[in-house]
Design a protein around this ligand. Structure first.
Ligand code: SF4
Length: 276
């Protein structure tokens, strides 16, 4: 018996045509939803099923400011005319001041953002790749799910290939076992978010991206990788597993190093019991 997963894979890479029967309403999932479920399924329930509000966060506001600034910058970017002050003015215009706990904290983030953007500008002016798309949204069917997302940037490379770029604006990123995970080349190779974006680009534009990249603004460094069919099979498997557990209403707390930063720790029965 053919599975929906293998049907999707054939559709993606050609071969036998399939005519999947849609038996249920698709479960709509984004990368954030899937990764939240993987981190802790109870948190997923609080956030995406019960729709409990999240708390203001300096990291969230900072990330939004940087993303909006770079989007505006590239909309107008002309390597012969655009100057650093144009980028810094956009940064000022897009600054969101709501999530910071104090003026000192806000100032600290503001300075860090300015430093990152100054470095970014120097790289952009030397490598003026013109983006084809900025913050381009996509959605596509995968099995009994609908996957959606927004790609920060898609560039056309000098050889005509397409590159998917996702900005990472965080001051630092902690992986699921509590280690700093920035700038690990293996991470780019296996990055689930980039794989979903690869598929989203292929489905929306019928164009296979040549490479996928994470741009770590903190280090002004971009790490790139390609995608192989077997990696994409894994993506489909992960999505299928998460979706079936959500449909079965499996929402268990999963304690981890990120619990102290969880917006729902006050109402989480497990967090109150103390550390693991
Ligand atoms: S505090 Fe930890 S275990 Fe509780 S909901 Fe949040 S992430 Fe899950």
């Amino acid at each position: 018996m053919k599975s929906k997963q293998s049907d999707f894979f054939k559709h993606l890479f050609g071969g036998e045509k399939s005519s999947p029967k849609i038996e249920k309403r698709p479960l709509v999932l984004s990368y954030s939803q899937i990764s939240t479920y993987q981190q802790c399924s109870l948190k997923y329930k609080f956030q995406y099923i019960e729709r409990r509000p999240t708390k203001p966060s300096p990291h969230l506001d900072f990330g939004n400011t940087i993303h909006d600034t770079l989007k505006d910058f590239h909309k107008e970017f002309d390597p012969k005319r655009t100057i650093l002050e144009d980028l810094l003015n956009l940064y000022e215009k897009n600054w969101v001041a709501e999530g910071y706990e104090s003026q000192e904290q806000e100032e600290e983030f503001r300075k860090e953002g300015e430093r990152m953007l100054r470095d970014y500008y120097q790289t952009a002016i030397k490598n003026p790749n013109l983006p084809l798309y900025l913050e381009e949204s996509f959605k596509f069917r995968m099995g009994d799910c609908e996957i959606w997302g927004k790609i920060d940037r898609i560039d056309r490379l000098p050889d005509g290939g397409w590159e998917i770029i996702d900005y990472k604006a965080g001051k630092r990123r902690i992986d699921e076992v509590g280690l700093e995970a920035d700038l690990n080349p293996l991470e780019i190779d296996e990055n689930f978010q980039l794989s979903l974006y690869y598929l989203g680009c292929k489905e929306k534009f019928k164009k296979v991206p040549k490479k996928v990249s994470l741009y770590y603004l903190k280090y002004n460094q971009k790490l790139s990788a390609t995608r192989r069919p077997e990696q994409l099979r894994d993506v489909e498997k992960i999505v299928g597993e998460v979706a079936s557990q959500i449909r079965e209403k499996k929402f268990e707390p999963k304690k981890g190093p990120l619990c102290p930063w969880c917006d729902y720790k006050e109402i989480c029965p497990t967090f109150k019991e103390g550390p693991r």
